[in-house]
Design a protein around this ligand. Structure first.
Ligand SMILES: [Zn+2]
Length: 403
């Protein structure tokens, strides 16, 4: 299945209806959570999603009459979410018990039933026809959607089936991709993709907006009771965050689509992003680049296009190996931007060298068309692999030097 997420163009009336739905979903979640906690404390069985919904129907007709104008799907799905959250917490050790939801944080709700798509419009239960920001897929059946808010915008997301593999470009080749701090991606064919650093670009604006908001914040008052001016300033902060996220996502989508569509096999490195992020100087550079997101997108897009994604072991010394003669250099600091091989005299851009090495690790790699690059010597690779694994990475700097 393929996920689609499109912005909704809501008028004021539908905008408040959306807010009402999200509010009801949140209220129901918290209402169910309070009941579950009570049952838990009393040593009773936790109410299931079905139990909660039955109670909710009674509650809705007696006390919470304001919830009657909202689709029943919204609270129903909230109870299912709550149930899942509990189950995850019980099954997995590192997952905590569900917490109460706050207004404005991840506002969303669920709808199902009669949903139709036509051109750039979508028909939703309770909402009727709603304009979208772009064309929607045609001839597909959508059974349910999630509507969520990001900054000032509302989005609709749903899943559609996709034909097993999408049309690929004609000339397919194997490509190695080296992700870095200087350039987002260096490809083994010599092309590079520059970093978009939206956070860095927007940092000043963001700080200013945050300062404005904090000036207007009145202590001792709850978030809901803050002034209109504070809420406006807060919306401005959210708008900048949203812009940053959009720029980042768009840049990554472009490069990951290009890679998955144009290459039969894409080879990347298994980066220890967590380890690297511990180093403060590099942390923002790396997280800004969205390495995790890069791999996530590449994974599902390679699925769409039927390309192979090979992830090379983290301990493979892609930066320290010479792409010409396969000898491994012992020392290579992050500052050295050019790789100079002492053995064969090769001088090559550091990132390109790593990208070529990664490409040579491709599973389906046999011989290159131009004959310049030799296939990897298996025993040599195994040796270096072992070497690197033996001398465990002790500090972050080491880890980074293999980027
Ligand atoms: Zn060499």
């Amino acid at each position: 299945m393929k996920s689609i997420k499109v912005r909704l163009e809501l008028n004021n009336e539908k905008r408040s209806l959306a807010a009402q739905h999200a509010g009801t979903a949140r209220y129901a979640y918290n209402w169910g959570l309070a009941k579950s906690q009570k049952a838990h404390q009393a040593g009773l069985k936790r109410p299931t999603a079905v139990d909660l919904h039955k109670e909710w129907v009674v509650f809705k007709h007696t006390e919470a009459t304001w919830a009657q104008s909202v689709s029943k799907c919204a609270p129903q799905e909230a109870f299912r979410h709550l149930n899942n959250a509990y189950q995850r917490a019980f099954q997995m050790e590192h997952v905590r018990l569900p917490k109460f939801k706050k207004k404005g944080q991840k506002d969303s709700f669920y709808l199902e039933g009669s949903i139709h798509l036509k051109g750039n419009r979508i028909k939703l239960p309770k909402f009727g026809w709603v304009q979208c920001s772009e064309m929607l897929p045609q001839g597909v059946v959508v059974k349910n959607v999630t509507v969520s808010r990001q900054a000032q915008h509302w989005f609709v997301s749903f899943k559609i089936p996709y034909s097993k593999t999408l049309q690929k470009a004609a000339n397919q080749s194997i490509i190695g991709v080296d992700l870095g701090i200087k350039t987002l991606a260096t490809l083994s064919d010599g092309q590079t993709v520059a970093h978009q650093r939206p956070y860095r670009q927007q940092k000043r604006k963001l700080r200013l907006a945050q300062r404005q908001a904090s000036k207007k914040y009145i202590r001792g008052k709850s978030d809901q009771n803050q002034s209109q001016n504070y809420k406006k300033a807060q919306a401005q902060v959210a708008k900048i965050h949203y812009k940053i996220a959009c720029v980042r996502k768009d840049a990554l989508h472009q490069v990951t689509t290009r890679l998955a569509k144009n290459h039969s096999e894409v080879v990347i490195e298994d980066l220890n992003v967590k380890g690297m992020s511990r180093n403060h100087k590099l942390a923002s550079a790396i997280l800004d680049g969205g390495f995790y997101e890069f791999r996530r997108q590449l994974t599902y897009k390679c699925g769409w296009y039927g390309s192979k994604l090979t992830v090379v072991d983290r301990f493979y010394p892609s930066s320290k190996t010479c792409s010409g003669c396969q000898k491994v250099q012992k020392e290579l600091s992050l500052k050295e931007r050019t790789y100079c091989c002492e053995h064969c005299g090769l001088e090559i851009d550091r990132d390109l060298n790593a990208a070529i090495n990664l490409r040579n690790q491709a599973v389906s790699y046999t011989a290159s068309a131009c004959g310049v690059f030799k296939p990897p010597n298996d025993s040599l690779v195994r040796d270096t692999l072992k070497q690197e694994t033996d001398c465990k990475i002790e500090n972050v700097q080491d880890c980074v030097s293999s980027v």
